[in-house]
Design a protein around this ligand. Sequence first.
Ligand SMILES: *Cc1c(COP(=O)(O)O)cnc(C)c1O
Length: 442
Amino acid sequence: MSAGRGHDVRRRVPRTDAVLDDDRLADARARLGRSLVKSVVVEALDRVRHGELEPDAVVDAVLADLPPTASSLVPVVNATGVLLHTNLGRAALSGAAIAAVVAAAGPTDVEFDRVTGARARRGRGALAALAQAVPEAGGVHVVNNGAAALALVATAFAQGREIVVSRGEMVEIGDGFRLPDLIESTGAKLVEVGTTNRTTVRDYLAAVGPDTGFVLKVHPSNFVVQGFTSSACVRELAVALADHQVPLVADLGSGLLRPHPLLPDEPDAATALRDGADLVTGSGDKLLGGPQAGLLLGRAELVERLRRHPLARAFRVDKLTLAALEATVRGPAAPVLEALEAPTESLCRRAEAVVALLATSGVQADVVESAATVGAGGAPGRTVASVAVRVPAGWAAPLRRGTPSVVGRVERGALLLDLRSVPPAQDPVLVTAVVAVARGGA
Ligand SMILES: *Cc1c(COP(=O)(O)O)cnc(C)c1O
C-alpha cells in the first residue's frame, strides 16, 4: 500500500465514538455495556485501516462480531462421550436448575425469613432437600467443592493430629491435584497404612491411637486397582472402630446420594452412612449432576462442628449454587443421569437421523459404535456402550472453534461425535455445526 493511499484510508476511518453512538448499536450498548461494544468497534476500525473492511460496513460488521453475552464463556456441545468433562465444566444443569439460578440472581431470601422478617439459615431449602434425599444423614452442610469439604473436615477434626488412610487411597484427582497435599496443607498429619494394593482392617486399627483425628476412606475415583487386591470396606471399618471413639469419614467423590443400578461399584452417601460412616463428603457437579459444590452429610453433632468452624465462612456457597443444588435434588433427573440411562437403541436412532439430515445437505458421515465414560472421577474403568457420528478428523478443530462450538473425540483417524454426552435437544445444533464446517471446505 502506498503512503498516499494509506493516508487516504486513514482519513476515511470513522471515529470510534461516532460508530459507538450509532442508533443501530443501542440494543448492544444496553445489553453488553458500552466498553465491551467499544472493544468490538475498535477491532472493526482496525480492519478498515488495513483495507479489509469498507468504512460504511463497520456497524454491520460490529453487529456480526458482538459476543452473545458479556461473558467470554462460550457454550459448547459436549460430543466427547465423556459425560462429566472437567474441562467443559462437569455436569450440565437441568432446565429446572437453570430456572432456579435465574430466579435467584437478584435479591432473594437465601438467608432471610419473609414471614418474621428476621435472618434465617442460609440455603435452608437446599439443605432440607439433601436431608430429605438422604434420611440416613443427621446433618447436612454444603461448601464450595469436594476439596473444600475435605479441607474443612481435616481442619476441624485433625489439625495438629493424625488422619489414618490406606496407602492405596492416596490419590491424585487430576491437574496435579493430590488429596494428600490438600489434607496435609490443613496441618493434619497423614498416617498411611497397608500397601498400594492391600489394606486390612487390622492395618487401620494398628495405626489408630490417641492422636487420631479420624479414619479416612477415599474412593479412588479415577482408577481401579486390579489383581491381588483387598481393601477394608466402610462397614468393616465402622464395626472395628466402634470402640475407639474415632470418626470414620468417607470421601465418596461422585456425590451420588443413593445407589444407582447402572453404577453398581460407585459408592453412595446413603449406603455409606447406613454402613456406619460418621461423615461422607462428595461433589455437587459429578454424578449428582448439579452445580459445583461440596456435600457434607453425616452425624448431626459432627456436621454442626463443621458448620460453626471459622473456615466454614471461607468455603461458603453462593446463592446461585444453593438454588441450582436444591433444584437438582428436588427437580427432574439431571442431564448426566439422563445421558447415562439413555438406551443405546435411542442413541442409534438419533445418530441415524443426524446422518440422514447431514446427507440431505450433501455431507457424508456414518454411524459407528462408541464407548462413553462417566469422567470427572466417576465410575473408573467403566465404559458405557454408545453410538457416534463419524466424520473426518480434520473437522475437529473447525468444529471446536465454530459457533456453536462442538467438541468431539478424535479416535482411530476419525472424529467421533458421541451422542451419549449430547442432550437430544442439541442434535439439530450438531447438524448445523457439521454442515457449516463441511461447507467451509475444511
Ligand atoms: C472429585 C473428587 C474430589 C474433589 O472434589 P471437587 O468437587 O473436584 O473439589 C475429592 N475426592 C474424590 C475422591 C474425588 O473424586
